[in-house]
Every structure is written in structure tokens, then in C-alpha cells.
Design a protein around this ligand. Structure first.
Ligand SMILES: [Fe+2]
Ligand SMILES: [Fe+2]
Length: 182
């Protein structure tokens, strides 16, 4: 199964885009989606900054994370269904899409060139651990998000080809994914 840092980061980007899409189409529980988006974006950015960006020239990327976090705050504060919410969402999508494109066309390809397969795996593990730590912290009493959704875990379990995944509950899936990564 793929656990290299490039696959894991790219996978998160697609999940974020999926949430953007649902928010744009006003599908599902908007507040819950915003909470999920908040946790995922923060955990992803922290893990990149702490475990992936060091060693590569990513100063510009860190600036873009800061910009996205300010916009994310506005979205979290806005009431779904209002013009303010729509504007905050559009601004955030524009900012994140731009950042993701740069990351996937410049940063990650140069990382792939610089590191061998073993190093990409090592970075993947470090990225994932930091991300999990942050998700857990955000899901604590002070946070409003509870980490990846069942659908997200299902998707990962499928990619990881975990046997018996269709019979598993959310916690079991999360545990099985943790086990395959260690
Ligand atoms: Fe990223
Ligand atoms: Fe990033």
C-alpha cells in the first residue's frame, strides 16, 4: 500500500476538495462539514510545516497556510446560508486551490526528485503521525471536530486494501489503518 508522503498529502487535498464541493452545493450538514474541514486543514498544514517542509524551501507555502487559516477562521465564524458564509467559502476555496496547485506542481515534484523511496516513506509516516496528533488535539474538549469521517476512513481502507473493511465500524477502521501504518 502507498504510504509515501506524496500520496498521503495528495489524498488529503482531494478530500478537502470533496468537502469544498459539498459546501458549494449546500449538501449535508454545513456546520459539521466546516468543522471537519477546519480540523483537516489545520492538521494537514501543521504536519506539512513540522515534518515535510523542513529541508525544502517552503517559506512561501508557510505564508499561504497563514493566509488560508485567516480565511478559514472567517468561515468558521460565519452562519451557513448567509452571504457572509458564501463569500468566506469562495475566498477560502480560491486561496487553498491556488496553494494546492503550487504544492502539487512545484513543491511535491521537487521533493520527489530530492528523496528516494525509503525517505518518502519515512516522511509519510512522520507526516501522518503529526497529523493524527493534531486531529486528536482539535477533537478534544476545546475543539468541535472529530477527525476523519467514516466515509473518509472507508476510502482510505479501500486504498490500503484492508481485509474485512466493509464490516468494520468507524473506530475499527481507524485502528486498522493505524496498524497498517506502523
Ligand atoms: Fe498540502
Ligand atoms: Fe500546504
Amino acid at each position: 500500500m502507498a504510504t509515501d508522503v506524496i500520496t498521503l498529502i495528495t489524498q488529503d487535498h482531494r478530500v478537502v476538495e470533496g468537502i469544498f464541493d459539498k459546501l458549494k452545493k449546500r449538501q449535508g450538514d454545513q456546520k459539521a462539514l466546516v468543522a471537519e474541514l477546519h480540523a483537516l486543514l489545520i492538521a494537514h498544514a501543521r504536519a506539512e510545516e513540522d515534518r515535510v517542509y523542513p529541508g525544502i524551501d517552503a517559506h512561501h507555502s508557510v505564508e499561504e497556510h497563514k493566509e488560508a487559516e485567516v480565511l478559514l477562521d472567517s468561515l468558521v465564524r460565519a452562519q451557513p446560508g448567509t452571504a457572509e458564509f458564501a463569500k468566506a467559502l469562495d475566498d477560502l476555496i480560491e486561496s487553498v486551490n491556488h496553494h494546492v496547485e503550487e504544492e502539487e506542481t512545484k513543491l511535491l515534484p521537487s521533493l520527489k526528485k530530492a528523496a528516494d523511496a525509503k525517505e518518502l516513506e519515512r516522511l509519510g509516516k512522520a507526516f501522518w503521525e503529526r497529523r493524527a496528533e493534531e486531529l486528536q488535539a482539535l477533537g478534544g474538549p476545546a475543539g468541535s471536530a472529530d477527525g476523519p469521517t467514516k466515509a473518509e476512513l472507508n476510502e482510505r481502507a479501500q486504498q490500503a486494501d484492508i481485509p474485512g473493511r466493509s464490516q468494520m465500524g468507524k473506530e475499527e477502521l481507524a485502528q486498522a489503518l493505524r496498524d497498517t501504518k506502523s
